[in-house]
Design a protein. Structure first.
Length: 367
């Protein structure tokens, strides 16, 4: 835990991180589920469905949230290592710090899935366990040249393609079929189970590219290059990733978020680069910063609020606060449809208030 945030923060980075955490918090309080039910049979439901994961082949807005989280983590890592280098902190010390952080990310990611109503469980599908691996990979190649880091990220995508296509294991030899692919086999070996939703732990391998690209974007923003050239570079690389990713989808490798295919990683990475470009241009260059505090307050304590609503919220706080809110609205005969909207927003307001309290006290939790 730190009492003060780091200096020279990139405001667009805090905004993007906060924006992602706000969206995740609203999901945790079941706002999207309630909206989906309330809009059943209407044209509005086609919009609300974008806040759910695509069942398999395809892409929805919600599929971009985890890549965005891991990409922004890479950008933040670049800023952190840049500051440590300026403070002349040795590489072994930086490595030790990063290794500890990765260890804590892994621990909290496992803990998030460990306690189930039916008992204890060991699962590796949480975003934090994925991030523990991708952070370590991005750190280990941080000092390499830009081209070497890019080649490494592409190499990870090619390795994933090879593993899925050419490792022929009976029953798991269909690269893009749910429950019958290489990722499912690895999960069976690691956890003695397969995720019914099709998620696989080996996603950490291809999605390491997101964190690496986030680091490279951070290095670019930290460079002495002009703002205009930074914007152009982010835009060009973002568009290139989108074009290549969609071409792969139309030809040989479908976009499947649940197993993080190379086409998915490229397309989602392209959107991340363009989103960072747009926010950096609007917030840091054009100085349009009014109203951002609502998000940056959450972004500056992203790990804390994520763990709070995932562990405390989902297992106790949401139900308790929801029972109180619904009970009070029942007294004055508020319609159920209204309650389904108001209750999640009230729970979220309490969580945001907690972040605001920590912000005012200058308490910032870091792993």
């Amino acid at each position: 835990m730190n009492q003060t945030p780091s200096v020279n923060r990139l405001l667009s980075l805090d905004f993007l991180r906060g924006f992602i955490m706000v969206l995740l918090a609203l999901e945790s309080v079941r706002l999207y589920d309630n909206l989906f039910g309330l809009t059943e049979g209407s044209d509005l439901q086609s919009l609300i469905v974008q806040f759910t994961h695509h069942p398999w082949h395809g892409l929805r807005f919600w599929d971009l949230i985890q890549p965005g989280f891991m990409f922004i983590a890479g950008t933040a890592l670049a800023y952190s290592l840049h500051r440590q280098n300026e403070e002349q902190i040795s590489w072994p010390s930086q490595f030790t710090k990063t290794l500890k952080r990765s260890g804590w990310l892994f621990f909290w990611g496992v803990l998030d899935y460990a306690v189930r109503p039916e008992g204890l469980s060991f699962e590796l599908w949480d975003v934090l366990t994925q991030l523990s691996f991708t952070t370590l990979v991005a750190f280990l190649i941080y000092r390499w040249s830009v081209s070497a880091q890019l080649i490494t990220s592409i190499g990870l995508l090619l390795l994933t393609e090879i593993l899925y296509r050419f490792i022929q294991i009976p029953g798991f030899d269909q690269p893009f079929t749910d429950q019958h692919n290489f990722g499912n086999f690895i999960d069976l070996m690691l956890m003695n189970k397969i995720n019914s939703g099709g998620w696989v732990a080996i996603n950490c391998l291809p999605t390491a590219a997101h964190t690496i690209w986030g680091v490279l974007a951070g290095k670019l923003l930290l460079s002495n290059t002009s703002g205009t050239k930074k914007i152009k570079a982010l835009l060009i690389w973002g568009v290139l990733a989108l074009v290549v990713g969609y071409l792969l989808d139309f030809t040989i490798t479908p976009i499947i978020k649940r197993i993080a295919t190379s086409s998915f990683v490229l397309v989602s990475g392209g959107y991340c680069l363009i989103a960072l470009m747009a926010c950096y241009w609007w917030i840091d260059l054009k100085k349009h910063q009014r109203g951002l505090r609502f998000f940056t307050i959450v972004g500056m304590n992203s790990i804390f609020i994520y763990l709070f609503f995932e562990i405390v919220g989902n297992r106790w706080f949401n139900d308790y606060a929801g029972a109180v809110t619904n009970g009070l609205m029942d007294i004055v005969h508020i319609p159920t449809a209204v309650q389904l909207m108001v209750t999640p927003l009230c729970i979220f307001a309490l969580e945001w208030g907690l972040c605001y309290f920590l912000y005012r006290k200058k308490i910032f939790f870091k792993l």
